[in-house]
Design a protein around this ligand. Structure first.
Ligand code: 5GP
Length: 186
């Protein structure tokens, strides 16, 4: 894939606010596109198939893996998540800067495959605050919340593997910092 600087990876623990920050970024720049991932997890209340995620069965997801249709995929809290290659390629060709909101294992896969891509790790203000945010979302069951918290430890420890680390104290400030990073790199 050419023009890899057009690919921006936003990673960090579940609940850190990656999605909210990205939506704020979209308001600032019209030439950005947020990739729609595929997942095997069940939709949360209000999530729409084809808008928030493509919600797939495990069989369908595995079929897509074997057909090499993902740029990256990973397992997270008992489910599969992956970025479909086709739409990312098309949007980059159309001149968009493409943002991927993904967990750290997938983010590392992309950095290896496409070293020119830009990776940004979002840190929570503190671990307590992250737990508060995950619990406040109140859409996941206790088992899933505990898995996410355990995984967050591992994820936060891998922050230094990415090009930039930004602490999410406020959505507006974080979005502005990311906007600056993207501008410098572009
Ligand atoms: P959630 O279930 O909270 O929507 O997502 C769980 C985690 O999976 C989050 O850290 C989210 O960023 C990540 N994720 C979402 N889509 C993808 C994807 O396509 N690939 C990978 N590797 N992670 C993803």
């Amino acid at each position: 894939m050419n023009n890899n600087k057009k690919l921006v990876i936003i990673t960090g623990p579940s609940g850190v606010g990656k999605g909210t920050v990205l939506n704020e970024l979209l308001k600032m720049n019209r030439k950005l596109w947020i990739s729609i991932s595929a997942t095997t997890r069940n939709p949360r209340k209000g999530e729409i198939d084809g808008e928030h995620y493509y919600f797939l069965s495990r069989n369908k997801f595995k079929e897509m893996i074997s057909e090499d249709l993902f740029i990256e995929w990973a397992q997270f809290a008992d489910n599969y998540y992956g970025t479909p290659l086709k739409s990312v390629k098309e949007k980059i060709k159309d001149g968009f800067q493409v943002l991927l909101e993904i967990e750290v294992k997938g983010a590392s896969q992309i950095k290896k495959k496409l070293p020119d891509s830009i990776s940004i790790f979002i840190l929570p203000p503190s671990k307590d605050e992250l737990e508060r945010r995950i619990r406040k979302r109140a859409t996941d069951n206790e088992d899933s919340i505990l898995k996410r918290l355990k995984r967050a430890e591992f994820e936060i420890n891998s922050a230094q593997n990415f090009d930039y680390v930004v602490k999410n104290e406020s959505v507006e400030k974080t979005a502005e910092m990311i906007s600056e990073i993207i501008k410098i790199q572009n």
